[in-house]
Design a protein around this ligand. Structure first.
Ligand SMILES: NC(=O)c1ccc[n+]([C@@H]2O[C@H](COP(=O)([O-])OP(=O)(O)OC[C@H]3O[C@@H](n4cnc5c(N)ncnc54)[C@H](O)[C@@H]3O)[C@@H](O)[C@H]2O)c1
Length: 333
C-alpha cells in the first residue's frame, strides 16, 4: 500500500512515519511507498524498507504529488494549531478549512481517474477543541461539537465535509478527535496547552516550569505512543461499522494536574519541586473551555486501544524523547 502523510514533518507526523518504517505494514498490508508532505520537505524516517518521497508545499495549494495515484491511505495531520489559528483567523481558515477542501478535491480527482480503485482511507486529526463544556464535562459519543475557538470550528467543519465526501465515495474518512498530546518533546511554545507538557518535560530536564492553573484542574490527555497507535488503527480498521458518522472520540485519559505531578514524582522523586504555581488567568480562560473528560463507548467497541496510566506516559517520554530533547536544546546529557 502507498501512504501519504500530510504534515509529515510535524510532531505526530514524524512519530507516525517512524512507526510505519518500523512496522513495514499497515494492519496486515505491506507498505510499498510513503510520501511525506509539509511546508518544508520532512526528513525520511530511519530504517524504512520502502521508498520514501519528501515533498515541500502548501496544503492550501496542494500539489498532485502529495497524494499520488495509487495512494491507499492518507494521514491528514497538516494544520495551523490552536493558538495560532485563534491569533490569525485568515491563516487558520486557509490551512485548516480550505486546505482540507484541497485534500477532498485531490481524492475526488483520483477516484474519477481510476473509478475501479477503492477510495483512499483518509485519517483526519480533529481535536477535543471542536467541543466545549469545561471542567464539569464528561461528554458522550453523540455530544454536539460546539467549539469555543476558530481552530475547533475549522476542525468540526472539516469533519463534516470529510463525512460528506465519504458518503459520495470520493474517500473513506475516519476523523479522530485527539485529546491534548502529552508529553510533547522540544521546547515550551505559545500554545495555551503548552504547560501540560512543560510541567513534566522541564523538570525531567532539570529545569523549572510554571503551572498557570490550580492542581485540581483536569484535562483529557493522550500520549504520543497511544495517539500514533490510534492513527494506525484508524487507517487499517473496517470502515463499514462507522456508517455515516465518521467521527470518533478515542479513549483518552482524564487527569488532574495534581495527578500528573504525583505520577512525575513517583517516576522521578524530587522532580515535581521544580514546578511553581504562577496563576495565569488568560491561559486558564482558554483551557477552561475545553472538555475535561469524555465517556467513549464507540471507540473501544471499534477496537481503539485503552489508554495506559500516566506513570507509563512519563516513562515513555524518558525512553523515547528525553535524550533527543536535551540534544536539540543544547543541554548536557
Ligand atoms: N498535539 C496535540 O496535542 C493535538 C491535539 C489534538 C489534535 N491535534 C492535531 O493533530 C495534528 C498534528 O499535530 P502536531 O502536534 O503534530 O502539530 P504540528 O504543528 O507539530 O504539526 C503540524 C504540521 O502541519 C504543517 N503545516 C502547517 N501548515 C501547513 C501548510 N499550509 N501546508 C503544509 N503543511 C502545513 C506544519 O508545518 C507542521 O509540521 C494537527 O492536525 C493537530 O491539529 C494535535
Amino acid at each position: 500500500m502507498n501512504i501519504s502523510i500530510l504534515g509529515g514533518g510535524g510532531f505526530l507526523g514524524r512519530k507516525l512515519a517512524a512507526e510505519l518504517a518500523r512496522r513495514g505494514r499497515l494492519g496486515a498490508t505491506p507498505i510499498t511507498g510513503l510520501t511525506l508532505f509539509d511546508i518544508a520537505a520532512p526528513p525520511a524516517p530511519p530504517g524504512a524498507a520502502f521508498p520514501v518521497r519528501a515533498i515541500a508545499g502548501d496544503l492550501a495549494a496542494l500539489p498532485e504529488a502529495a497524494i499520488p495515484p495509487g495512494t491507499g491511505a492518507v494521514f491528514h495531520l497538516a494544520a495551523v494549531v490552536s493558538a495560532q489559528a485563534e491569533a490569525d483567523y485568515a491563516l487558520g481558515m486557509r490551512v485548516n478549512l480550505h486546505g482540507t477542501l484541497q485534500v477532498i478535491d485531490a481524492c475526488r480527482r483520483l477516484r474519477e481517474s481510476a473509478p475501479a480503485a477503492a477510495p483512499p482511507r483518509v485519517v483526519f486529526t480533529s481535536s477535543v477543541a471542536s467541543f466545549s463544556g469545561g471542567q464539569g464535562a464528561s461528554l458522550p459519543d453523540d455530544a454536539r461539537q460546539v467549539p469555543a475557538n476558530s481552530y475547533g470550528a475549522e476542525k468540526a467543519a472539516a469533519e463534516l465535509l470529510l463525512g460528506d465526501a465519504s458518503r459520495r465515495g470520493y474517500l473513506d474518512a475516519v476523523s479522530l478527535r485527539l485529546p491534548t498530546i502529552v508529553v510533547r518533546p522540544g521546547r515550551p511554545n505559545r500554545a495555551a496547552s503548552s504547560f501540560f507538557s512543560a510541567i513534566i518535560r522541564e523538570p525531567l530536564l532539570g529545569l523549572p516550569a510554571e503551572l498557570p492553573v490550580a492542581e485540581d484542574f483536569a484535562a483529557w490527555l493522550a500520549s504520543p505512543r497511544r495517539a500514533v497507535d490510534w492513527l494506525l488503527h484508524a487507517a487499517a480498521m473496517d470502515g463499514a461499522p462507522l456508517g455515516l458518522d465518521r467521527g470518533v472520540n478515542p479513549p483518552g485519559l482524564r487527569m488532574t494536574v495534581g495527578g500528573m505531578l504525583a505520577a512525575l514524582e513517583a517516576v522521578r522523586p524530587g522532580a515535581s519541586a521544580l514546578v511553581t504555581r504562577v496563576p495565569d488567568p488568560e491561559i486558564a480562560a482558554i483551557v477552561g473551555t475545553w472538555p475535561a473528560g469524555f465517556a467513549p463507548v464507540r471507540a473501544p467497541a471499534l477496537g481503539f486501544a485503552a489508554h495506559e496510566g500516566f506513570e507509563d506516559v512519563v516513562r515513555a517520554f524518558i525512553a523515547d524523547d528525553l535524550a533527543a530533547t536535551r540534544a536539540e536544546r543544547g543541554l548536557a546529557p
